[in-house]
Design a protein around this ligand. Sequence first.
Ligand code: FAD
Ligand code: UDP
Length: 401
Amino acid sequence: MITAEGATGADEDLTEYDAIIVGAGFAGATVARELAERGGRRVIVLEARDHIGGNAYDRFDDAGVLIHQYGPHIFHTTDDRVFGYLSRFTEWNGYSHEVLANVHGQYLPVPFNKRSLRIAFGEERGNQLIAKLIARFGDEKKVPISELRKESDPDLVEIADYVWENVFLHYTTKQWGKNADEIDVSVTARVPVFISEDSRYFTDPHQGLPTDGYTRVFERLLDHPGITVRTGVDARGVLDVSTPGRVLVAGRPYAGTIVYTGPLDELFGNRFGRLPYRSLDFVFETYPVDRYQPKGTINFTVSEAYTRITEFKHMTRQVLPGRTTIVREYSRPYDPDAGMDPYYPEVNEEVQRMHARYKELAAALPSFHPLGRLAEYRYYNMDATVANALALADELLKESK
Ligand code: FAD
Ligand code: UDP
């Protein structure tokens, strides 16, 4: 049952539920469904925002265009279990994401590939360089830019320098607010150079968007007689974790399971310091045209203050003549006191150590489980989030057998 938004009233005894799930994103919604359906548990989901879906939430804007309120979300996975699980709640529209980098007005496919090389260097030189790449790494191989930059052959150095300067350096500096060389190489490895003609952003066998949008998926996931959802409720007003090793729920001891999908530093009063996140400003605009740009996303890799422009109709495949909505993303440091949302964990070794201390506090609480991109402080895609939620549900249901 999904109820109207509103604080949980004094009349509601949360301790009567078998499980309290904090957050109605992919992590919280999946684990709620599993505990209710497979485990027969009575579950309550507390969500601070006035809607379900977490950062994957979508809605129709005033122009009737289906938009992703928290930035473009394209589902992709190699994980058959996750794909099969979510396919119980939706069909998929078959969209394959494509991205172009705008390099001084010229469009290059990203991930940088054989086509990009020919556009950047011309047919003849491009083909020579492609042959060099194939000889060194093999055809159809993916090479992280950090690896390519280690090469010493002059042709490979030329490619690496070009790609670094024109695709990664400025975009990464804008997105992370620091020198691109200071960013963990796993971040840029998400978008490796691809020695291929394939211009899709993701090559996973399963990809696309839910046919009726993400929010409908969440409505179906949470539509179970064992699940109650309260939106507009910040769980920090309900959970008291101020005494190590003890949780009080609305002032009372609680024997059930708690799954927490929000940031751990904020739950524990930032006692070891604040975990840094990047936030984003999303600036939406609607234009009276069918199409604004040639592909779903254009990355601005050498110019502009924003990182990318996404046009939703490409990916949602919505048919709506004469109107289209785009979003520009401006990255900035997360400031919890300024009403921002935390979007990207800024993972590095020092911060991981701080997070590990918060994790220890969480581990000392009885039946308390941090889960998801915020609580685990990991740069997870949606599929990894669902995979972890299913694994946690397996573990919780096994324990209770
Ligand atoms: P979230 O979706 O963040 O949900 C957590 C929920 O918990 C939120 O609704 C929050 O309000 C709530 N919450 C937090 N604290 C509290 C509290 N104290 N009390 C109550 N509620 C609380 N992944 C992909 O696979 N493909 C993509 O294309 C993609 N694009 C992305 C683009 C952007 C701009 C961003 C930011 C992320 C993108 N992702 C993408 C990642 C995807 O958003 C995450 O993997 C996924 O949303 C993680 O789900 P979650 O449930 O862990 O977290
Ligand atoms: N990146 C870049 N240029 C691009 C695309 C990506 O520099 O054209 C880097 C940048 O550091 C970015 C990271 O690669 O943060 C990961 O890109 P991805 O598209 O996976 O980011 P997300 O969609 O999660 O924002």
